[in-house]
Design a protein around this ligand. Structure first.
Ligand code: AMP
Length: 232
């Protein structure tokens, strides 16, 4: 059972259908930060395909070996690999009454697979599109530091740790993710523009609830309140 899961206030109060909250936006738009805040308010788990893939790499298993080079280069891994990971994760009991998708879907094929998975669960999809200025994205990604032990994210300018380079929570030395190097950031943004951004039209055309949320200017807590107001 994945850690960090509360199961008290879960499904969408309006419909009782499981809520499938899809956090959508470019790298650096704050999907991971919002997912972590929303987990606390909604009591449903965060499902981050990026975190799951990094965990497979850390374990050095077959999935990790398959995806490592692509992730280091900032390009998307194969649809069938991430589709399978999400399918398996959704089968955990803690996801039965809702979940927050962070970084999935990222291609049309993934979006179509997800539609089938949601239909199977009679889940109600709400897409939150985090809209962020390009310069803000670059500043966020180049300044990002992560604790290799607990995963907490920092930013050297907007959210520095109390002691530079050290995690506030467990004292571990912070690291720059391999894919936060400048040339890789360019690849990731390119992948977003070409393969992921078109999904906005896919969701609009399929009649799903999709809300644009300005995530450039407000503090993460304020952005989270906006998202909660939209889904409630
Ligand atoms: P993230 O942590 O979401 O920024 O993802 C980091 C990297 O993991 C991406 O640049 C991709 O290489 C890979 N990745 C994560 N999620 C997906 C996905 N849904 N489809 C394909 N590749 C993914």
């Amino acid at each position: 059972m994945p850690a960090g899961t509360k199961t008290n206030q879960v499904s969408n109060p309006k419909s009782q259908a499981p809520l499938a909250l899809i956090l959508f936006g470019p790298p650096g738009s704050g999907k991971g930060t919002q997912a972590k805040l929303l987990v606390q308010s909604l009591g449903v788990p965060q499902i981050s395909t990026g975190d799951m893939l990094r965990e497979h790499i850390r374990q050095g298993n077959a999935v990790g070996t398959k995806v490592e080079a692509k992730m280091r280069a900032g390009i998307l891994v194969k649809d069938d690999v991430v589709n399978r990971l999400v399918e398996q994760r959704l089968a955990f009991a803690d996801a039965a009454r809702g979940f927050i998708l962070d970084g999935y879907p990222r291609t049309r094929a993934q979006a179509e697979t997800l539609c089938a998975m949601l239909a199977h669960r009679a889940a109600q999809a709400v897409v939150i599109h985090l809209v962020v200025d390009y310069n803000v994205i670059i500043a966020r990604l180049t300044g990002r530091r992560q604790c290799p032990v607990c995963g907490t994210l920092y930013n050297v300018t907007s959210k520095p740790p109390k002691v530079p380079g050290v995690c506030d929570l467990d004292g571990a030395a912070l690291v720059i993710r391999d894919d936060d190097r400048e040339e890789v950031i360019r690849e990731r943004l390119d992948a977003y523009e070409k393969q992921t951004r078109p999904l906005i039209d896919f969701y609009r055309e399929s009649g799903k609830k999709l809300f644009d949320v300005d995530a450039s200017h407000e503090a993460p807590e304020a952005v989270c309140r906006t998202i909660l107001a939209l889904i409630r």
